[in-house]
Design a protein around this ligand. Structure first.
Ligand code: ZN
Length: 184
C-alpha cells in the first residue's frame, strides 16, 4: 500500500505547516482509494487545512462540526472523499520534531484511512527532496526542513508506515528553478 501525494496536496501540506509554525497545523486529506492498479494506493489530491482547528503547541484540537460540514459538502463530489487527515509536528527548543504518531494521534486513527505527519524543523542546511529508507519524504525550503511520513492502522489499531510516492517533490529545489529562469 502506498500514499500518493499530488502536487496540489504537497503544497497544501507545506504551506499549512509553515503558516502556523512553530504551532501545529491540522487538516483533512481529500482524495480516493485506488485498488485497481497493481498497488493499492491512497491518492491524496488535496490537503485542506482546518481553519477552525484549535491550535496549541503539543497537539491540535479538531472540530467535529466543521469535519461534518466538509464531509457533507464532499458528498456532492462523488470522486472525492475524506480519506484521512494530516497535522504537523514542530521543533520545540532544541528538540527536533518527531515523525512518529503520538499516543493521542494513534487514538484518532481508523483503519482504511491514511494519516500524514508533517515534521517541520528550522533548516540547518539545504537537503534535496528525496525518499528515505523508511518510506518518508524529506527536503528543505529556504527556512525549513520537512519530513512527510504516512501512516495507516490495522483493524487492531497497530500503526503501519506507508511509503510515500510524490513524483512532483523529487528533484524539487528552489535554486535550480531560479537558475533556469535566469538562463531564459
Ligand atoms: Zn501528532
Amino acid at each position: 500500500m502506498t500514499a500518493y501525494i499530488s502536487q496540489n496536496a504537497f503544497w497544501g501540506l507545506l504551506i499549512s505547516a509553515v503558516e502556523v509554525y512553530k504551532r501545529e497545523c491540522f487538516g483533512l486529506l481529500i482524495g480516493y482509494r485506488d485498488r485497481k492498479g497493481p498497488d493499492d494506493m491512497y491518492i491524496v489530491e488535496h490537503a485542506v487545512a482546518y481553519q477552525t482547528a484549535g491550535r496549541r503547541h503539543k497537539g491540535v484540537v479538531s472540530n467535529p462540526r466543521a469535519h461534518r460540514r466538509i464531509e457533507r459538502f464532499l458528498r456532492n463530489i462523488p470522486q472525492l472523499s475524506v480519506i484521512g487527515d494530516f497535522h504537523s509536528h514542530t521543533m520545540w527548543g532544541y528538540n527536533r520534531a518527531a515523525s512518529h504518531p503520538s499516543d493521542t494521534d494513534l487514538e484518532g486513527m481508523e483503519p482504511e484511512h491514511v494519516y500524514l505527519i508533517v515534521s517541520v524543523n528550522d533548516r540547518l542546511r539545504e537537503v534535496p527532496w528525496n525518499y528515505n529508507d523508511d518510506g518518508s519524504l524529506s527536503g528543505t525550503t529556504d527556512d525549513h526542513y520537512f519530513r512527510l511520513t504516512a501512516y495507516t492502522v490495522t483493524p487492531s489499531g497497530e500503526p503501519r508506515r506507508l511509503p510515500i510516492l510524490c513524483p512532483y517533490a523529487i528533484g524539487f529545489d528552489a535554486r535550480p528553478l531560479r537558475a533556469l529562469r535566469a538562463i531564459k
